[in-house]
Design a protein around this ligand. Structure first.
Ligand code: TXA
Ligand code: MG
Length: 321
């Protein structure tokens, strides 16, 4: 049963308490409704991917109460500060390098070393972010492949029964998603047109990079180049393992590996998704330290979140030059 919450003090407090407890809460912003989870809680973030039914881990935008909170999780620069000063709060998302000490879960950024941050405008949204006391990771609150919701009823149409609550702050004023800018590269680049116009941005910082097709591909999330990829070979669907290999296990581990990281001893796909990016990093590190030849991966069922987990594992296993 999904709770419908009013945008008053009690509703905001309830939504914030649910988020802190690791539950999923949809909430209005000026652009579209977001499907929110505590961005620092990998299990909650795994629940977002599951509720949306996404076949792969796209990186999620982290929402903050103000620019100061946002820039505590990413490394800002002059361009970011100018844009934030002029256009935040508002429908603008900035992609910047993740700060080393950030508590934001690796799964939130789909394992990338950048993070998308934004400060939404509506008073209710900002009060929610303040009350939650954590960054909120939120994609649009629709099932994968459907259109983005701009009312609480749209959210329920797609996600009723799959999420804990919807904070109903009325129809979204802008109605299209935020503009996404990549400020982590050499030159600011437009990744997604949206609520803030390119003209408004270029008036502040000069011309944006126009992505050529191959550049767009290079920067588009989900590709190997931009994703964290282990430095040792990755072997999928392992039925046996040698002492010269590290094992990424799922369920009861096969015996004989040099070192083991279990995604989920009970075979729980949500737990496995939550631990996937950390597991790849830990085993890569162990493999280097102990001079192991590679990472063997046990098979993960191709259902539910298993689709996204396997998509990511196939990318990690893809041979690199
Ligand atoms: O208006 C919005 O942005 C809404 C509201 C809820 O804030 N959110 C939204 O989220 O549209 P979503 O997940 O549907 O779209 C996020 C976009 C995707 O195109 C994603 O690829 C991009 O932001 N993105 C997120 N993190 C990124 C990163 N680290 N690098 C590049 N692109 C990133
Ligand atoms: Mg979307």
């Amino acid at each position: 049963m999904t709770e419908m919450l009013l945008p008053d003090a009690a509703g905001i407090a309830r939504a914030a308490a649910l988020l802190r407890a690791g539950e999923l809460v949809a909430f209005g912003t000026e652009t579209v409704y977001g499907l929110g989870a505590d961005a620092t809680n990998p299990r909650a973030v795994a629940g977002v991917y599951e509720a949306k039914g996404r076949p792969r881990f796209n990186p999620l935008i982290c929402h903050y109460r103000d620019a100061e909170a946002a820039f505590a999780d990413v490394v800002s620069n002059d361009v970011a500060r100018v844009l934030a000063g002029a256009l935040w709060p508002g429908p603008l998302t900035l992609v910047l390098p993740r700060r080393a000490g950030s508590r934001v879960a690796l799964l939130t950024g789909a394992g990338l070393d950048t993070l998308a941050v934004r400060v939404p405008a509506p008073e209710v949204t900002r009060r929610l972010l303040g009350a939650a006391g954590c960054p909120i990771a939120a994609p649009s609150a629709n099932r994968s492949g459907s259109v983005s919701p701009t009312t609480a009823q749209h959210v329920l149409d797609g996600l009723a029964g799959r999420i804990a609550a919807v904070l109903d702050s009325g129809p979204c004023a802008v109605g299209v998603e935020s503009t996404v800018l990549d400020l982590a590269g050499d030159h600011p680049a437009l990744l997604r047109p949206g609520g803030v116009t390119v003209d408004a941005i270029e008036a502040l910082i000069g011309p944006l990079e126009r992505l050529r097709a191959d550049d767009g591909e290079r920067r588009s999330p989900g590709l190997l180049r931009s994703h964290y990829a282990p430095s040792v070979p990755v072997r999928l669907n392992a039925m046996s393992v040698s002492p010269k290999e590290a094992l990424l296990a799922f369920g009861v581990p096969i015996a004989g590996a040099g070192t083991v990281y279990n995604l989920s001893a009970t075979g729980d796909l949500i737990e496995a998704a939550a631990r996937l990016f950390a597991g790849l990093r830990v085993l890569d590190h162990d493999a280097m330290r102990c001079r192991l030849g590679g990472i063997a991966v046990m098979s993960v069922p191709e259902v539910g979140l298993g689709l996204a987990i396997n998509d990511r594992l196939r990318r990690a296993a893809f041979p690199r030059a």
